[in-house]
Design a protein around this ligand. Structure first.
Ligand SMILES: [Fe+2]
Ligand SMILES: [Fe+2]
Length: 302
């Protein structure tokens, strides 16, 4: 594997800068909310093009994170977000849409002859760990003590949705399977809408309160990890980061996520997405984990 040795950048998909982040309108969002738009795409055609073992591993991880959205939704519902008309309406549609992302990822694996992941199902069935119970309690307590804590949730959500935009864009770029390419690009359209919500909520809540900025900074520095990290083994999380972002083009995307989040009030210091993901890639390389990218990516990553 040589995911970090390549210096030739993939054909870059133009990505939005901070100034281009779309404004958010909840009525428009609700009107546009629907199952993942697969019009004109036959998922069964994915079977004509094999998936590499590495690609399957990444898709399983992303499927899990999509289905695990319910967990994050539960945490948000236990905050003042429940009393916010816009946030409450958003969350219902958000969970609905993410579910269809997970189903599409699972279906592509199935038609290509791979067993979709069951991790998210198993995760919901197991008893909660004491550390998780404590974390949940801490989150509810902070939320009860100060409405400003909601800014932390919103900023956290913005980071994860923006990372998802880049992760799916990269998976599309790297895949030799045209159905994967098309479906991932459709998912990206939804993730952009989700990001717009969290970003404007985070910005609005941070700019009105220094306390909100401090709480968000402290919480993120102490607790943030790449999406899915609380559910999946570290090796899986590292592998996904290395596959998607372990080359020059990938690292540029991580830096873009960081710089967009750093433009939020009080978040000038933000560098966690690059920091955590690049550390994970180094661990993955040091462990000599086999990694194979499809032919299409031969000149862009390996
Ligand atoms: Fe999603
Ligand atoms: Fe999303």
């Amino acid at each position: 594997m040589s995911t970090t040795s390549n210096t030739s950048a993939a054909p870059a998909t133009p990505s939005r800068t901070f100034e281009e982040v779309p404004s958010f309108n909840i009525d428009k969002f609700i009107s546009a909310s629907r199952p993942l738009d697969l019009s004109g795409i036959r998922l069964e055609d994915a079977a004509k093009y094999p998936l590499s073992p590495s690609e399957v591993r990444v898709m399983r991880y992303m499927q899990d994170t999509e289905f695990y959205t319910v967990h994050y939704m539960k945490a948000l519902m236990e905050t003042h977000a429940l009393a916010d008309n816009e946030a409450r309406a958003f969350m219902v549609c958000w969970g609905y849409e993410e579910c269809f992302h997970g189903r599409a990822l699972a279906r592509i694996q199935e038609v290509c002859g791979h067993e979709p992941s069951r991790r998210s199902i198993d995760e919901f069935a197991r008893p909660r760990k004491s550390t998780e119970v404590l974390q949940d309690f801490g989150g509810r307590l902070l939320s009860f003590l100060s409405k400003d804590f909601l800014a932390t949730h919103m900023t956290w959500g913005a980071i994860n949705e923006l990372t998802a935009i880049h992760a799916y864009s990269r998976l599309a770029e790297l895949s030799a399977n045209p159905i994967v390419d098309q479906v991932m690009r459709r998912i990206v359209k939804d993730e952009r809408r989700h990001f717009a919500f969290y970003y404007q909520q985070g910005k609005r809540r941070l700019q009105h309160s220094v306390l909100a900025q401090r709480m968000a900074s402290l919480s993120l520095k102490a607790l943030w990890e790449p999406v899915g990290g609380s559910m999946a083994p570290t090796e899986d999380r590292d592998f996904v980061g290395a596959y998607l972002f372990g080359d020059e083009s990938g690292r540029a995307r991580l830096a873009e996520v960081d710089s967009t989040i750093a433009k939020l009030p009080g978040m000038e210091w933000f560098n966690l997405v690059s920091k955590h993901t690049n550390e994970g890639t180094r661990r993955c390389l040091a462990a000599g984990t086999p990694m194979h990218r499809p032919e299409r990516a031969a000149g862009t990553g390996d």
